[in-house]
Design a protein around this ligand. Structure first.
Ligand code: SF4
Ligand code: SF4
Length: 426
């Protein structure tokens, strides 16, 4: 999965990236920078917009004024130090796309760069011109995979798995239920009764998602979640083998029709079960359930929202180590859920410090499209936050995987909740 861009990135004394060469031709300095890009011929920018019936139609990307406010917040620019990976750099390239597309190699490099991004949304949040950058990245990814499918053949295994067995790992759908049921039956002997089958109904449907269903690293969180649901007397079912992937991975690569097929099945199961709420621990799944499944009269909730609503108070944690809270990007920035996790931590009397609201490097499918880059982001984060002696609390299985990969102590909030409700930390 090496690329000429990666090669340039790793060779600090090596040749400038092809983009810089193209940029230089057009008077762009091309150097990585905290310095602002000089303005260029406005005629180039206007080419990216449409003139229809004499009316000038402004594209979202035309709104970028190249102020550079986004640079310091982009995790990819932070680890690469190269402008073409930054929001501003990509905005510039889109503005001169007419010219980029005349050069096959440049167009190819640009398409690759689009997938070297975590879709963390921080650029959208800080943009001085209010550019909806996340929307632009999604739009451009869809265009890239549609225009040059051969360049994205490495995503075919993922697409095939989702089309055939409906999970990202390509495993038998039956295993989605079996794996975690085996693991939790000691704690919840009647767990089989909690697995959805046609005709069964419940107030709450638990949507585990692919990571939680199949990754052994997540089993402690699954156990804590289900035990806490039992303790709170919740009437719930888990979708089991009837759960299909939520469609988020396909959404991230612009395959909306593939995602829609998965969503339609999940929607019918949730409605058949007459659920009033669907609860998930995964912010990616929650984006799909709350924004794209078009559920009727069903509240889609993150588990921190659900338990914060259910529990007015909780016993205090008996854990005494140092904690820090890592706020998952998709949870707080895209879904706007930031109060409930902190409210639960306050109820648990957890002393924690806030971390920078920065990305862990695990979003946007980056771990698949450029694992080295993803690793660099989390390693830099780890050293900047000085986390060696700290337990990182989070509320996202994907962030948790990323944090665990660096050897950090990591817990999901529901694990702290489960321990406290059980009478103290184990
Ligand atoms: S979404 Fe995140 S990683 Fe992607 S360009 Fe914006 S700040 Fe950088
Ligand atoms: S903050 Fe917005 S306007 Fe400024 S350079 Fe970044 S994308 Fe462009």
């Amino acid at each position: 999965m090496d690329s000429s861009l990666s090669a340039h990135r790793d060779n600090k004394n090596g040749p400038a990236c092809a983009f810089f060469i193209a940029s230089d031709v057009r008077g762009l300095s091309g150097k990585k920078s905290s310095v602002s890009i000089p303005s260029f011929n406005l005629g180039l920018s206007s080419k990216s917009s449409d003139v229809k019936n004499g009316a000038f139609k402004m594209h979202e990307y035309d709104k970028c004024v190249r102020c550079g406010s986004c640079l310091q917040h982009c995790p990819i620019f932070e680890v690469t130090g190269e402008e073409q990976f930054s929001p501003r750099g990509k905005m510039y390239l889109i503005q001169v796309m007419d010219l980029i597309e005349q050069d096959e190699e440049l167009a190819k490099e640009f398409r690759r760069v689009l997938f070297q991004c975590t879709l963390c949304g921080r650029c959208s949040e800080v943009c001085s011109s209010d550019v909806d950058l996340l929307h632009v990245w999604h739009e451009q990814r869809a265009k890239a995979t549609g225009t040059a499918p051969l360049e994205f053949e490495y995503l075919d295994a993922l697409k095939d798995a989702l089309a055939n067995v409906k999970n990202i790992y390509g495993l038998d759908p039956e295993d989605r239920a079996v794996y975690w049921m085996d693991e939790v039956e000691d704690d919840i002997p009647n767990i089989e009764d909690r697995v959805y089958a046609p005709g069964k109904t419940a107030d709450v449907m638990v949507f585990l998602g692919c990571l939680m269903s199949f990754r052994s690293t997540q089993i402690d969180v699954v156990k804590a979640l289900l035990k806490t649901l039992e303790r709170t007397g919740t009437d719930y079912l888990v979708m089991g083998s009837e759960e299909f992937c939520c469609g988020h991975p396909l959404h991230l690569i612009g395959d909306e029709s593939g995602a829609e097929t998965l969503r339609a099945h999940n929607k019918s199961v949730i409605h058949d079960a007459k659920a009033k709420k669907v609860v998930t621990t995964c912010p990616g799944c929650l984006i799909q359930l709350s924004k794209y499944h078009n559920l009727e009269n069903v509240d889609a909730l993150h588990h921190t929202q659900f338990f914060d609503q259910e529990l007015e108070s909780t016993p205090s944690t008996t854990r005494t180590e140092e904690f820090a809270y890592h706020d998952p990007c998709e949870l707080h920035r895209i879904l706007g859920i930031s109060e409930e996790p902190r409210s639960l931590l306050a109820k648990l009397n957890v002393n924690y410090r806030e971390m920078d609201l920065a990305c862990c490097g695990g979003g946007g499918l980056l771990r698949m499209t450029d694992p080295n880059l993803s690793e660099k982001v989390i390693q830099l984060r780890k050293s900047k936050e000085n986390l060696q002696e700290t337990t990182v609390v989070t509320a996202c299985p994907s962030c948790r995987e990323q944090l665990l990969s660096t050897g950090l102590e990591t817990v999901d909030i529901v694990e702290l909740l489960d321990e406290a409700l059980e009478g103290g930390s184990e």
